[in-house]
Design a protein around this ligand. Structure first.
Ligand SMILES: C[S@@+](CC[C@H](N)C(=O)[O-])C[C@H]1O[C@@H](n2cnc3c(N)ncnc32)[C@H](O)[C@@H]1O
Length: 240
């Protein structure tokens, strides 16, 4: 996991991504222009040669972005398969909660590992990983043929059209504000937030559902997630 990767010569960002992104500085859409994206107000954002678009402007850079060493370690740990059960659970839940051609956002996407698993499970879906680390974005931009990546601080309002996403992932990253997630998805789209074990992350939120890599607990969590979605829009769940 995951299994699909971009082919050679792939054009980024895709036409479909351009229907999702908005200029972070004004309400306009974005179009390609000379190796960059530009809005009608002539705000311009570079497309990195690694394939991601940098929407961050100087004053918005997040201090919490992962360093190169952190991204290397994470990639190596994930490659070893230790968290494959979580990737499989997310992929399975995504098929229950989103259409096969969904737009999936991943807030704090890191290397794009979990987003790629979800895209593998949704055959027509397009994914957008948001992260503030250039090192993570390089990996995320290559993680899946239908996955894209953009530099952004997820604590700021997200540079995506309101209601453009079907599913938001937020995995082991600081939970993005509910307001941004809800605006991106519309009122009924699901969100997933998985966070590390209590011994590692001491601020796990008690009211959230729980998930451990056993079939019983996964299915209990899926039930809570579905229930929450039926009544109050985005839900979050966490690893205790
Ligand atoms: C612990 S890693 C998790 C990455 C990925 N979700 C995973 O589980 O493999 C947290 C990620 O959030 C990113 N991050 C931290 N603060 C951020 C912010 N304010 N906006 C966007 N990304 C942020 C980091 O650069 C890092 O890639």
């Amino acid at each position: 996991m995951p299994t699909t990767h971009p082919g050679p010569g792939r054009r980024r960002p895709s036409d479909r991504l351009l229907t999702v992104l908005t200029c972070p500085l004004c309400p306009s859409g974005l179009e390609r222009a000379d190796g960059a994206l530009r809005c009608a107000g002539r705000h311009t954002f570079d497309i990195a040669r690694h394939g991601y678009v940098s929407l961050l402007t100087g004053h918005r850079r997040a201090a919490s972005a992962d360093s190169a060493a952190m991204v290397r370690c994470r990639a190596s740990f994930l490659r070893a398969g230790h968290y494959d059960p979580l990737a499989r659970a997310l992929a399975r839940l995504a098929t229950e909660l989103a259409p096969p051609d969904a737009v999936v956002l991943d807030a704090g996407a890191g290397t794009g590992h979990y987003l790629a698993s979800v895209l593998d499970a949704l055959p027509g879906a397009m994914g957008l990983g948001l992260d503030s680390s250039a090192h993570a974005l390089r990996a995320a931009a290559r993680a899946h043929a239908r996955g894209e990546a953009a530099g952004w601080d997820v604590w700021q309002p997200w540079p995506v059209r309101s209601g453009s996403a079907h599913l938001v992932l937020n995995v082991f990253a600081r939970p993005a504000t509910g307001r941004s997630s809800t605006a991106s998805c519309g009122p009924t789209a699901p969100c997933s937030s998985s966070r590390p074990a209590a011994g590692i992350c001491t601020n796990c939120a008690a009211p959230w559902g729980c998930w451990r890599s056993t079939p019983g607990r996964r299915s209990a969590c899926a039930g809570r997630w579905r229930t929450a979605l039926g009544t109050s829009g985005p839900s979050r769940w966490t690893t205790p």
